[in-house]
Design a protein around this ligand. Structure first.
Ligand code: APR
Ligand code: ZN
Length: 359
């Protein structure tokens, strides 16, 4: 049995209870979680914006220690420290073979297969195939990225979603070049990582946009050169900060039609808006038929920062070790498993950055 934060229905309460994990099958490992971050996608799964079978154990940004290795797993051993990948590529489909493992058609296979049972024998599903809001999980070995044992697992956990997604959006999807100007819209864990990505890429101006004034100091400390609250004159203010042009790049890290539109409008003619936020299928983005060609902007959608975690986690770790990537600063709150509901409330209110569940 293992302790887990179980959600039984859309918008239901999160209850900590004992669940029985499946036996570790062929190609799988059992992992004891050290820490798991609470991401906006967890909230979107919990409130029905994204589809999720129930009962569910959410949590897809985690790191821990391998405690059991299933049949046929050659590249992991008991005691290995790992970061969990919520979109593990099969390495064989068309996308994997064409250098786009973040679009793998099998990446979500584990999401529809139960990974545990409740004490009442109900089948339990792991959010994004990870089930990180549990003291232990059973997961495909190919979803585990080994990391050095001296790396604090509490910081490593953040690599699993926020940092791969935010930094990757800037470096891998937008491919920001030294000297370019970047606007980051939305300063949660993902947006704050994007700011650091822009700094790593050598951006000359990094304009951070968020309605929560508490984000200003944090954004500036992580590399933003300016902070703005969203309002009707935002585009004008951004042009004033970018030589009258608009930014070369905007990175949208909220996931709403309105903010996708604002990100697009923040870029210069010929600029690029990279959309990271995962919003609702009921929330359209509006463009008129003149402006799309007229401004000659590019809009890019971006899954998991267009990264291959097996390749990009080691790159991020190099930045971390060289002091170029601040992981600890992304964590605003540390709680135990009982704190998942409160983390969702803070997120709905736009408060704090990452809440980290510690086991
Ligand atoms: N303009 C700018 N920022 C906004 C706006 C707005 N109109 N409305 C909300 N925000 C800010 C919030 O104040 C908050 O700081 O967006 C931020 C979102 O942060 P989190 O809720 O912590 O979300 P995060 O986990 O960072 O994920 C961001 O990326 O991966 C996706 O599904 C995820 O869509 C989500 C996005
Ligand atoms: Zn996430």
């Amino acid at each position: 049995m293992t302790r887990a934060a179980v959600l039984r229905a859309v918008d239901g309460p999160v209850a900590v209870e004992e669940i029985e994990l499946n036996p570790t099958g062929p190609g799988q490992v059992r992992v004891r979680l050290a820490a798991a971050g609470v991401c906006h996608s967890d909230l979107s799964l919990a409130n029905g914006t994204l589809r999720q079978p129930f009962p569910a154990v959410l949590g897809h940004e985690g790191a821990g220690v391998v405690t059991e290795v299933g049949e046929g797993v050659a590249d992991l051993s008991v005691g290995d420290h790992v970061v969990l990948n919520w979109s593990p590529p099969c390495r064989a489909c068309w996308y994997c073979e064409h250098g786009e493992p973040y679009l793998c058609v099998h990446a979500d296979d584990a999401r529809s297969v139960p990974f545990a049972r409740t004490a009442e024998n109900e089948l339990v599903y792991a959010g994004l195939g990870v089930g990180g809001f549990a003291a232990e999980t059973v997961i495909g070995a190919h979803a585990c990225i080994p990391v050095p044992r001296d790396l604090p697992l509490e910081e490593a956990a953040l690599l699993g979603c926020a940092v791969l997604t935010g930094v990757g959006a800037v470096t891998n999807a937008a491919k920001v070049q030294p000297g370019q100007t970047v606007v980051v819209v939305g300063l949660g864990g993902v947006g704050l990582a994007a700011i650091q990505g822009a700094r790593l890429a050598g951006a000359s101006a990094i304009i951070a946009v968020d309605p929560a004034p508490a984000k200003e100091e944090l954004a500036l400390s992580l590399g933003a050169t300016h902070y703005l609250a969203p309002h009707a004159g935002l585009g004008k203010q951004i042009r004033a900060l970018t030589g009258g042009l608009g930014a070369d790049h905007a990175i949208e890290c909220v996931g709403r039609g309105e903010t996708i539109r604002a990100a697009w409008s923040a870029t210069r003619r010929g600029g690029t808006a990279t959309v990271v936020g995962l919003g609702s299928a009921q929330d359209p983005v509006q463009f008129n038929a003149l402006e799309v060609a007229f401004f000659a902007r590019t809009i890019i959608g971006c899954m998991y920062g267009s990264t291959d975690p097996a390749v990009d986690v080691p790159i991020l770790l190099e930045h971390y070790r060289a002091g170029r990537l601040n992981l600890a600063a992304l964590v605003s709150d540390e709680v135990d498993l009982h704190g998942v509901g409160a983390a969702f409330s803070r997120m709905r209110a736009g408060q704090g950055a990452r809440t980290l569940i510690r086991f």
